[in-house]
Design a protein around this ligand. Structure first.
Ligand code: ATP
Length: 391
């Protein structure tokens, strides 16, 4: 396993890009490094500046300011030498349809100066690695989206780059192909290749990437390992409560009351569910296990587990018996109108907060319609940093 403490193979220092006639910088003072054998995720909302950054790193665009080196080569000063160090896998298929898959690989390798015999050997090996040997000499038109993506990654590796850039590497691919691609990227990492990828499928990528940089408005908002980012920003656990407030009660006051409970790092209001009975909107992307509050027994059991048999359980059961736990289809009897959805970011386990949260809501005569417990994800961190407004 190569050392990640070694010298950086990608160095981005105070990078700036302003497009002609633009009022603001698309990239605005970005700095980060990537080391050999590291998978680095560059994440950000639409228009954040990811493609522009990668465009400069891969010599497609010229920077307005700052300095970038790839494999020790300054990309602005010697783009041709930089291109020998890197490879790009674009999001859209740009394979040469006039050539067979094998010819695509051989052509790419020889273009980068690999001798023909060696190029053919590398092509054969890569076709095998990506499960394409049997279809290596057919027409590219017959390739599925997944096969084309595998071939594009294989093609990128023919000249043995030091750094591999991938744009949305698993977008619109079936689970089998995604698994194969993530597996291959792990293997490349083990061989010391540095990988920089951009994707919006960040929860999937979080399982593979070593570090993540989140950018917005051309600036780096944070940079750390996925684990540190999730722990640091989103909390240890999430507790989502869907409640129907008592008539006249103020939703913000309910949210604030829950936010004051010990162990709650933050309480926020989420979009209110408007779907049909039983429908539960997804959260920020957290893996939330839902408990319809109509299943009061389950809630009671959860609280029992939570408090290790302490008071919460009894209180929950009593609440359920008293009808304070609303039914999934509508405590309000109105298909969801008037409901409030509150997310609690917790320090510690969600189950321990269940009893106190229910008690706080009962004190305000609010009915609970659903409880969801989950772990925060990288997508929650992303939403936390970049907001919920679509761009
Ligand atoms: N060729 C261009 N000319 C002018 N402005 C551009 C150009 N390309 C991108 N921009 C602007 O630069 C900013 C950053 O865009 P960029 O495409 O780098 O973002 P992104 O993070 O890659 O977004 P997405 O996830 O949608 O691909 C945006 O405001 C965009 O409108």
């Amino acid at each position: 396993m190569p050392s990640r403490d070694g010298p950086a193979v990608v160095e981005v220092h105070d990078l700036v890009k302003r497009y002609p006639r633009a009022d603001t910088n698309a990239v605005d003072g970005l700095s980060f490094t990537v080391t050999p054998g590291e998978i680095f995720g560059l994440f950000g909302p639409n228009g954040a500046g990811k493609s522009t950054t990668v465009g400069i790193l891969t010599t497609r665009l010229r920077a307005t300011g700052g300095r970038v080196t790839v494999g020790g080569v300054d990309v602005g000063r010697d783009p041709a030498a930089a291109r020998a160090q890197l490879a790009v896998v674009p999001q859209h298929n740009n394979l040469d349809r006039a050539l067979t898959p094998r010819q695509n690989l051989v052509y790419h390798a020889t273009y980068h100066g690999v001798r023909r015999r060696e190029a053919q050997a590398r092509a054969a090996e890569l076709l095998e690695r990506f499960g394409l040997t049997e279809r290596a000499d057919r027409r590219i038109e017959a390739y599925s989206g997944g096969m084309a993506q595998r071939l594009m990654i294989a093609r990128a590796l023919t000249h043995e780059p030091t750094v591999l850039f991938l744009d949305e590497p698993t977008n619109a691919l079936d689970p089998q192909t995604r698994l194969l691609i993530w597996g291959q990227l792990r293997e490349l990492r083990a061989r010391g290749v540095a990988i920089v990828l951009t994707t919006h499928a960040m929860n999937e990528a979080a399982r593979v990437v070593d570090r993540v940089g989140i950018v917005d408005h051309g600036r780096l908002l944070t940079l750390d390992t996925p684990t540190n980012l999730v722990r640091g920003l989103a909390g240890d656990a999430l507790l989502d409560l869907t409640v129907t407030p008592a008539g006249g009660d103020d939703p913000d006051a309910i949210c604030a009351a829950l936010g004051e409970l010990t162990g709650v790092r933050k309480a926020e209001r989420l979009a209110t569910p408007t779907g049909p009975a039983g429908w539960r909107p997804g959260g920020g992307g957290a893996g939330l296990a839902g408990v319809g509050a109509g299943g009061a027994g389950m809630l009671a059991a959860l609280a029992a587990g939570a408090g290790g048999g302490r008071p919460g359980a009894g209180r929950l059961a009593a609440l359920a018996g008293a009808g304070l736990l609303g039914r999934g289809g509508g405590a309000a009897g109105n298909g969801g109108r008037g409901r409030l959805r509150i997310r609690l970011h917790l320090a510690g386990e969600a189950a321990t907060l269940l009893g106190p949260a229910v008690t706080a809501l009962a004190a305000r005569s609010a009915a609970i319609n659903a409880v969801d417990i989950g772990e925060p994800s990288l997508e929650d961190v992303f939403i936390e940093l970049t907001g919920r407004q679509p761009r």
